[in-house]
Design a protein around this ligand. Structure first.
Ligand SMILES: NC(=O)c1ccc[n+]([C@@H]2O[C@H](COP(=O)([O-])OP(=O)(O)OC[C@H]3O[C@@H](n4cnc5c(N)ncnc54)[C@H](OP(=O)(O)O)[C@@H]3O)[C@@H](O)[C@H]2O)c1
Length: 342
């Protein structure tokens, strides 16, 4: 099979399309012929060697795919017993997604309705599960609550906006200048251009009592500034650290150190006085919670079928152009999701 291999950690040029042996099915796994692979910011961090648990190079990146089941091993867990050859599915993968074939534990495989295209299916698992789990499972958001979403025009950002709209939340969203009209067009009540405005001031002006939840994967000084937007009972969801990455895609210890130094350290006792919750979310570390993930995915697919959510595909690249796809994200050109298609 063909797969994109990161030959070493580094800029997008480390990628090479190679012929590798087909994956061998292990007990409890499903073999999937990939139609589309989602590109996530975690792949950028993995390629740079900055993502927790990334394999040593050479490795095949990629954390989610859609495709058709090619083969099913024995001993599937009970909740995955219905998976059959020929079924259309989406799946979370532990790396290895930028490939024509991938073997995945059956518990991470989600059958998709006929109406969901392979492109949409590859854009759903990471972005929508992360947003849904953060906002409603961990963040307990209710109709009328106010949410601040950073990188609002990105993959997770657009998913979060759609979910927020469906649940009647008031939405503040930050993005670069070129994306402001887009944010307005998809229903963000307060689009914020972070190059021109201080998002804390905009939020506090509109919501002097402070908002209910800030959804922050930029990090660095954003974490403490996001916290300043919250009122009593506010939740700061931290789920990424994009600030560690520069536009050239090269690893910079200076940039990483600066972002870390800007990060507030939390002691639990002041959080009592502040009525503050700081919530970490990592979709890749949900082992043992597969039933919860499945329940959340069922609800997301129900919302898809009801027309409440629909992935926005910013751009699709052929598998061989994975490096270009990563450069596109480094240049902050994406609106919505970036995919590799096969
Ligand atoms: N914890 C989890 O389970 C989990 C799951 C999924 C994603 N995440 C995190 O969520 C964040 C968003 O992920 P995504 O895959 O949806 O990516 P994305 O938002 O589509 O990423 C690209 C966008 O992020 C913004 N950005 C901010 N800082 C950036 C930087 N230093 N370099 C490049 N872009 C930057 C840019 O938008 P502007 O032009 O508006 O600045 C850019 O267009 C990432 O931090 C990712 O690691 C975490």
């Amino acid at each position: 099979m063909r797969a994109v291999v990161a030959r070493q950690y580094g800029p997008p040029e480390v990628f090479e399309l190679q012929n590798l042996p087909d994956p061998q099915l292990k007990p409890g796994q499903v073999l999937i012929r990939v139609k589309a692979a989602g590109i996530n910011f975690a792949d950028i961090l993995s390629r740079m060697g900055l993502y927790g648990g990334v394999p040593k190079p050479p490795f095949v990146p990629g954390l989610e795919i859609s495709g058709v089941i090619e083969d099913v091993a024995d001993n599937l867990p009970a909740q995955a017993a219905g998976l059959r050859k020929g079924m259309r599915v989406a799946a979370l993968t532990k790396f290895k997604g930028y490939a024509e074939l991938v073997a995945v534990p059956a518990s991470q495989v989600f059958p998709i309705p006929d109406r969901v295209s392979f492109e949409d299916a590859a854009a759903i698992p990471v972005n929508y599960l992360t947003a849904y789990h953060s906002m409603f499972q961990m963040g307990n958001l209710q109709a009328g609550d106010r949410i601040l979403i950073h990188a609002a025009a990105g993959g997770v950002g657009v998913a979060a906006i759609q979910l927020a709209k469906a649940r009647k939340l008031v939405i503040f969203g930050t993005a670069g200048s070129a994306k402001q009209d887009y944010l307005r067009s998809i229903g963000v009540h307060y689009p914020i251009d972070y190059t021109k405005e201080d998002f804390v001031e905009v939020v506090r002006r509109a919501a002097p009592d402070g908002i209910e939840l800030a959804f922050d994967a930029v990090g660095g000084d954003y974490f403490k500034r996001s916290q300043r937007c919250l009122g009593p009972g506010g939740r700061l969801v931290v789920y990424g650290f994009s600030a560690a990455v520069g536009a050239d895609g090269k690893r910079s210890l200076w940039r990483i150190a600066k972002a870390l130094l800007q990060t507030r350290l939390y002691h639990p006792l002041p959080m009592i006085d502040q009525n503050l919750a700081v919530i970490g979310v990592h979709l890749g570390r949900m082992q043992g919670r597969e039933a919860l993930m499945k329940k959340e995915m069922d609800e997301i697919l129900r919302m898809y079928e009801a027309g409440e959510v629909k992935p926005v595909i910013g751009k699709s690249f052929p598998l061989a152009q994975a490096a270009d796809a990563h450069r596109f994200i480094h240049a902050r050109q994406n609106i919505g999701k970036v995919l590799l298609t096969i």
